[in-house]
Unconditional design. Sequence first.
Lengths: 272, 265
Amino acid sequence: MSELDLPAWSEPFTGGRRSALARPLPFEGIDRTWAFDGSDGSGVTVAIIDSGVERDHPAVGGRLVRSVRVELGGEEVEVVEDPEAIDLVGHGTACAGIVHSLAPAAEIVSIRVLGPDNRGKGAAFAAGLEWAIDQGASVVNLSLSSKSDAMFPVFHELADAAYFANVLLVSAANNVPGPSYPSLFAAVVSVAAHDVADPWTWYYNPAPPVEFGAYGLDVDVAWREGGRILATGNSFAAPHVAGLATLIRAKHPGISPFEVKTVLAATATPVG
Amino acid sequence: MTEERLGDDAVAALRAIGLRAESARRLELGSAEAVLRSIVDATVALFQAEAASIALYDAASDRLVFRVAAGHQGQGVVGLAVPPSQGLVGYVYTTGQALALSDVARDKRFGRAFAEQTSYVPRSIVAVPLVDEHGTIGVLEVLDKRDEAAFSLRDIELASVFARQAAVAISASRVERDAAALLEAVIRALVQGDDAGATDRTVGELVSQATASLSGEDESRLWPLVEQIARIRQADPGQLALVTDLLAVLATHAERSARGRSRRR
């Protein structure tokens, strides 16, 4: 925590603070060449749980293979096909574009949980996550989280279910103080932004809950209606780590979520 | 109609609501707007921004409604209602994720849409959720730092923490305003079926009973907060109390920004 008592999940990854991330124990033999050299993400499916992904956006490279949305009708929550593949915000397309830029051959599945009706958004988000786990996505990018106490057990169960089903959840840390699920659960890869303009720079922070710092300051991202914009936030850092995890899982089929996390830590940008 | 007939739980509930109603009285009704205004004024000062605005979610219309704005370029947005499913403000509200966008004009569509709504195209925007104990209630948006092209990660974090404080103040003022009406409605429901002619008098008595013992009580940490908000209202136009509280934060922030700048270049 900083002197300002900010949540400041980015703090350990920025400027002079980074020197504290130096690790006493290097992982011998695990380097970036071994981890993902030659990998383009082929064979791996990445689910983007967000505002939707524009199928025709150049940044997505035609790799969007499926698009669904969560519909809430009273007590019923339903996941339905979303053939239009729209994004009313641009954020989901930004995340998909970042993943595609790192892992161009990976298949992308969009799960739109932000729609015209946002009542019960925590429930929609949970339903989208459950669907992604059921479908066996290799990597799931979550730029959302819920602060609702009622959702704590739901997301806790889903985070465990994903872990046991060999599904890697990559979640953007939230900047707002207080609990935030599932981004602060141990089973997920929680990511905050650092201030180095390089998608191949990422840091490992041995002090959880936010264990990874990735590119998230003034990132040139895809935005709605074919556009692009410079964007800043933890939610743009997470898809960078999702992309890296995709490369690792493509090159090493069968590698488990905790092993991916370990490889990400071992190959993180050295400090000090 | 006596307290005994209501049962302990009902009396406890009435006392709790009465506490809030008493707060509403101390604040005077309609103070929520003043609290909002003080927050955006302080935000503009804190960030040296061209504009700041607050949109609160209105459940009845399912829209985020811009309630107040401050700064030279801010006023055009007041009254604007946007669906929570769309755009930057909608995204921040629904996801609770703080975001910043810069070089906004480069995306012509984005800039045009923004200008159509607000008659001002910013260079950069930071939008953070207003989160109270129960969830996200709205969005605080800040446009254009006067002396910098974009918002930093630290700006987003600072705005997020500031928005948290703001949300607590907003919900305090809002809950108390609503509580007075709620108290009356609850009591009316409880006494229904009794002597209908005596209802109005009974309601009045119960409200008095529920709140009579509160004024001198020091048991709740609510009162300092209430007094503070009340003071801020009277401090217009500067809303000095809140700004004073923020000066320490501002000073630390300025110092850090200066350090950050010299480090980057």
